[in-house]
Design a protein around this ligand. Structure first.
Ligand code: ADP
Length: 554
């Protein structure tokens, strides 16, 4: 008789708690730095699982979290799914109406909330109590003293909630298709869409991403996920770090660059991960302040394209950037821009060219790139189309959203909405989000490439490019630039445009460069082009494109 257990998360912790019992889990919290080991961690997950049982959380019911990255949030990562319940991480930076929709759609039975976020959650609940009707308990992440005076009812604190429970728990043998996690995509249009992660999806994602072809994590690493635990499982790092038995470091509520540099130095972090905006902040900080980051070997950068200039700057500091691409729908990691054997000896320009791409699919995934006519595009690094993907950790549907399923999936393939090229070596490069591609006079312009070019300039802190409506050319690019400290705005605009003219077809030249103080960001820290389109889109309808910058095809 074939005898095997299904692919589930529990054995990862079973192993870490026995073979790496003394390895530390460190966390910056509201109350200072917390530090304990895997053995204690396992006991606390058992207490949590017992506490969930005590209040009647049944298998498959959803447990919400509204929290930053810290040890208690990490306790829910194993305690909840391994007990058979489903961990639903909620992004606290979303607008109230999205939080209300998400909590009611997921029917969360209990919500864990950080002290500093309790008021935000209470406001959302007070504004639309019906959407929180399923919630039977709110738990503040701290001890009794951490509980703020907010109108969440019933409300208790985490340490009291788990305090009297046993450290013994009869962990069930779950089936691989048991839902273990859930996260909503931040939905740039319409309501957020729920993605469910089963036990086997998270298992497969963990096994693939610990490999050298993934994020290459092992027991000697000290891993600090800056990418939030409220979004797509912090790229799976709490699971991968546990699977290999490495030390965890959690940066706590709203960490700033000084907090991050301090933790890297004090805890000897070797591997960290986050979106490019976080690293823009850290690089700026390092220009002003002294910090010893010598322990740091690698940074995983993803969520948005890692500019080539950023990869180079970290290389100069002796820190390797692993540029990764993924999506909420994919648990989330899809590809990582590792060099293939032999490429190390290429000249720097070619090497950085590859590493700034989104890279090679990690083993286990398959993809195809489909053009507007429904044909697969050749791998020549030039032709582009929409990236379709499938694999063990890629979802095949959204939670209760048949209309979105119809649009975003095709015969088991996820249609990513990312427009890509694939080069002959198999590296994918995102040229744009389907909805961000600028179509001008029948030609297309990649907003991503223009942004990379602009951000490579020393005097540019951040830059983004949107297509604005244009009577004659349908759309024209306009650049929004946040100048760096001390930049000379009068000359910067012209310099940037000249730089683009030198590199790209003349119709790619933005019609205007506008200086702004900050690029608006989405709840996951990406540039929010929707806000810029709403704010500025109409002011360009007259069209100001000089004739000589017109697309050649017209
Ligand atoms: P949301 O923005 O809805 O929170 P995700 O976090 O799932 O969604 O983001 C997925 C999208 O982010 C991808 O489809 C892609 O457009 C973009 N993205 C992720 N990683 C990268 C990367 N390394 N380079 C460029 N774009 C990326």
């Amino acid at each position: 008789m074939p005898g095997h257990t299904d692919q589930t998360l529990r054995p990862f912790l079973w192993r870490a708690a026995r073979m790496f019992a003394d390895t530390e889990i460190v966390s910056r919290t509201h109350a200072g730095v917390s530090r304990y080991d895997y053995a204690t961690y396992e006991d606390r997950t058992a207490r949590l699982a017992n506490a969930l049982d005590s209040i009647g959380i049944e298998r498959g019911e959803r447990v919400g979290t509204f929290c930053w990255n810290h040890h208690r949030h990490f306790e829910t990562y194993f305690g909840v799914p391994s007990s058979g319940a489903q961990l639903h991480t909620i992004n606290p930076l979303l607008p109230d109406e999205h939080v209300q929709y998400i909590v009611s759609n997921a029917e969360d039975r209990i919500v864990f909330v950080d002290p500093s976020l309790a008021e935000t959650l209470a406001d959302a609940a007070a504004d639309d109590p019906d959407s929180f009707a399923s919630v039977a308990q709110f738990v503040v992440m701290g001890d009794a003293e951490a509980v703020p005076d907010v109108s969440l009812d019933p409300l208790t604190d985490y340490e009291s909630f788990v305090g009297d429970e046993s450290t013994e728990y009869d962990w069930p043998l779950l089936s691989g298709d048991q839902p273990a996690g859930m996260c909503y995509t931040s939905g740039t249009t319409g309501q957020p869409k729920g993605v469910e992660y089963t036990q086997e999806m998270l298992w497969a994602h963990t096994m693939a991403t610990i490999t050298p072809q993934g994020l290459d994590i092992d027991a000697g690493d000290v891993v600090m996920p800056v990418v939030p635990m409220f979004h797509v499982n912090a790229w799976g790092m709490p699971f991968t770090t546990t699977a290999v038995g490495a030390k965890h470091v959690y940066p706590g509520p709203s960490p700033d660059p000084a907090d991050l540099a301090g933790l890297i130095e004090a805890e000897e972090v070797t591997l960290t991960a986050g979106v490019p905006t976080v690293w823009i902040g850290l690089l700026e900080y390092l220009e002003e302040e002294e910090a010893d980051l010598s322990s740091l070997e690698r940074i995983v950068i993803g969520g948005s394209a890692a500019p080539k200039s950023m990869i180079e700057r970290f290389d100069d500091l002796g820190i390797e950037v692993a540029h990764a691409w993924g999506m909420t729908e994919m648990s989330p990691i899809g590809s990582v821009a590792h060099l293939k054997p032999g490429m190390e000896s290429w000249d720097a320009g070619d090497r950085y060219g590859k590493r700034a791409k989104q890279g090679l699919m990690v083993p286990g995934l398959e993809f195809q790139v489909i053009d507007d006519d429904g044909e697969e595009v050749p791998w020549n690094g030039e032709d582009f189309g929409e990236l379709w993907i499938r694999g063990p950790w890629v979802t095949t549907e959204y939670y209760e959203r048949p209309e979105a399923n119809e649009e975003d999936f095709h015969e088991g393939w996820l249609k990513t909405g990312d427009v890509v090229t694939v080069d002959p070596e198999g590296y994918i490069q995102i040229v744009d989000r389907a909805k961000d591609v600028i179509k001008s006079g029948g030609e297309w312009i990649s907003s991503v490439e223009l942004e990379n070019e602009l951000m490579a300039h020393d005097d540019v802190a951040e830059a983004t490019v949107i297509g604005v409506p244009h009577e004659r050319w349908q759309e024209r690019p306009v650049a929004f630039v946040v100048p760096g400290e001390g930049a000379d705005r009068d000359s910067l605009g012209d310099e940037l445009l000249e730089g683009i003219e030198a590199e790209y077809p003349k119709w790619w030249r933005p019609d205007d460069v506008l200086f702004i103080d900050e690029v608006p960001k989405t709840a996951t820290g990406k540039f929010d082009k929707k806000v810029l389109r709403e704010e500025y889109g109409d002011s360009f309808v007259e069209g100001r494109v000089p004739e000589e910058a017109a697309p050649e095809s017209d």
